[in-house]
Unconditional design. Structure first.
Length: 153
């Protein structure tokens, strides 16, 4: 399972359905998390990343050091599913997504991840699984962290 974690001062995701656009999730200050599920991922990957992200110390303390987590500050998380985190563009010009998890597994693990984050007392907002979404955010810092549950990077 892979995540792109961005510290933000605001974030929202909207979906267009039948000509109508609606915001499915939004947060003020907190984390925007793009989450990709791979074909080999299991529940342990979801719980590992949820714990890592809830406790990742990337917010400034009173001495301007990144020493506080989203959990410490009681901030929100906007979690957006993104299978393209498993794109393989090493060959040719069209990425392969063969390493991405199938829809059923990916949806279940995405939901497990969100549930685990909520279990830490965090406000968790979400996008809409398997829909085209528009994400708006203000990256703070900018701070962007890449995580992989298999510790590939």
């Amino acid at each position: 399972m892979r995540a792109v974690v961005q510290r933000c001062s605001d974030a929202s995701v909207s979906v267009e359905k039948e000509g109508t656009s609606f915001v499915s999730g939004s947060i003020d200050q907190g984390l925007l998390v793009y989450l990709g599920v791979g074909r080999e991922d299991r529940e342990e990957d979801a719980t590992y990343l949820a714990d890592k992200i809830a406790n990742l110390r990337i917010f400034m303390d009173s001495e301007e050091k990144m020493n506080l987590s989203v959990r410490d500050l009681g901030l929100g998380v906007l979690a957006v599913s993104q299978f393209t985190l498993f794109a393989d563009a090493r060959k040719g010009r069209r990425p392969s997504f063969s390493e991405a998890g199938d829809n059923e597994t990916a949806r279940a693990l995405y939901e497990k991840f969100c549930c685990c984050l909520s279990g830490y007392g965090l406000k968790v907002e979400t996008g809409v699984f398997k829909e085209m979404m528009k994400v708006r955010y203000t990256n703070e810092g900018p701070i962007t962290i890449l995580l992989d549950s298999k510790k590939a990077f």
